[in-house]
Design a protein around this ligand. Structure first.
Ligand SMILES: [Mg+2]
Length: 375
């Protein structure tokens, strides 16, 4: 008899940040500074006593919506075979198709999808990386958390030097000040302070139109950047295409996309150089496997947005250049019992069974907003 899902627990957590952060979307008044991240966790237990864990996150509004839909999804998984991950992914999506096939509808599937992959890998006594097929034991990483627009360039440089000494392999800073020339001055100062050998990325968070991005990008081409991220609107496929052809600096985008299908126009047109699709945002590991395959066809750089704990073991399955974004917010709160190992610019790919993450229950109790159980 195949195993079946016997019990599911889901929890909604609110994770406050040490200090609010701002990117270009705040400067333009689209958003207010980010103060917290919401996480919906799923713990799936099988009849034979095994357990899988997964989660999805949300910045600003929407976390309770992900959690609420997850509560509707969970009963549909009870008594199901946990190995039939693709079928179960479809079953959940079709159950809510009236609200669409992207965004919250797929993000509420994410915690279950990841928990099912965690279960499957643990059953095979393998890490998720080994289960999917490992290419890399270590992965380059860069830090973002000290490069926000509210910080002076001196603070940005101090933080960059600190995180580089702690093992980060590159530094990403935000651009998209009211005058792009101010961005160029900040990048110039950072390049001068860090020297020629440190990888630097910049992120405009959709601040510019194509002509401003072209002008700024031509200045920025002087500083040997690893990439220019979200120079224009997240859905402007042609704009990204034009910039990736016109500039020497590789063009990165994809973090805002909320389903695999939403990313297809970028992949079909090869409108970018660096693919930043975010596994939790597009529906979990089942969807991200497709991203890995498509990127490999075109030998894109794979640099998923955020969620380093989850993306590290996934990008290690890629046969090409990868980067993981070092965001230590969850580590600072101690949400997981495990920590990412980072040395000499590289993160070590964990060899623990499954996705290799367990919740620190003392911390979870303090952050928990709500929880529910299904049998
Ligand atoms: Mg970004």
């Amino acid at each position: 008899m195949p195993d079946f899902i016997k019990n599911i627990e889901i929890k909604l957590l609110k994770v406050p940040l040490e200090k609010p952060v701002s990117d270009a979307k705040v400067i333009t008044g689209k958003q207010t500074p980010l103060k917290e991240v919401m996480i919906t966790c799923a713990i799936i237990r099988t009849n034979d006593g095994r357990e899988g864990f997964g989660y999805v996150y949300c910045k600003r509004n929407g976390g309770p919506a992900q959690y609420s839909l997850a509560k509707e999804y969970a009963p549909l998984l009870i008594d199901e075979d946990p190995d039939d991950i693709s079928r179960l992914w479809d079953k959940l999506l079709w159950s809510s198709i009236s609200i669409g096939a992207g965004g919250v509808a797929v993000q509420a599937i994410t915690p279950f999808d990841i928990a099912l992959w965690d279960l499957k890998a643990k059953k095979a006594e393998l890490s998720i990386t080994k289960l999917l097929g490992q290419f890399k034991e270590e992965v380059p990483c860069y830090n973002t958390s000290g490069g926000f627009l509210q910080d002076s360039i001196d603070e940005v440089i101090d933080n960059a030097q600190k995180v580089l000494s702690e093992g980060a392999g590159g530094i990403k800073i935000k651009v998209g000040q009211k005058d792009y020339k101010e961005d160029v001055r900040r990048v110039e100062a950072l390049r001068k302070a860090l020297g020629d050998d440190v990888p630097i990325m910049v992120d405009a968070n959709q601040q510019w139109d194509v002509s401003t991005a072209l002008k700024a990008g031509r200045y920025l081409d002087e500083y040997d950047l690893v990439w220019l991220e979200e120079p224009v609107g997240a859905y402007d496929v042609e704009g990204h295409y034009r910039l990736s052809r016109a500039l020497e600096t590789p063009i990165a985008t994809g973090e805002m996309l909320v389903s695999f299908n939403e990313g297809l126009p970028y992949l079909d047109r090869r409108a970018f150089d660096v693919c930043q699709f975010d596994a939790p945002r597009i529906g979990g590991i089942t969807q991200y496997k497709k991203v890995i395959d498509r990127c490999e066809e075109q030998q894109l750089v794979l640099a998923p947005h955020y969620s380093m704990e989850l993306h590290l073991p996934l990008v290690a399955c890629y046969n090409g250049e990868v980067w993981v974004e070092h965001f230590e917010w969850f580590e600072k709160m101690g949400i997981f019992n495990e920590r990412v190992e980072m040395n000499n610019g590289l993160m070590k790919v964990p060899n623990r069974p499954g996705i290799g993450l367990t919740l620190n229950n003392d911390v979870v109790r303090k952050l928990m907003v709500d929880s529910a159980e299904f049998k």
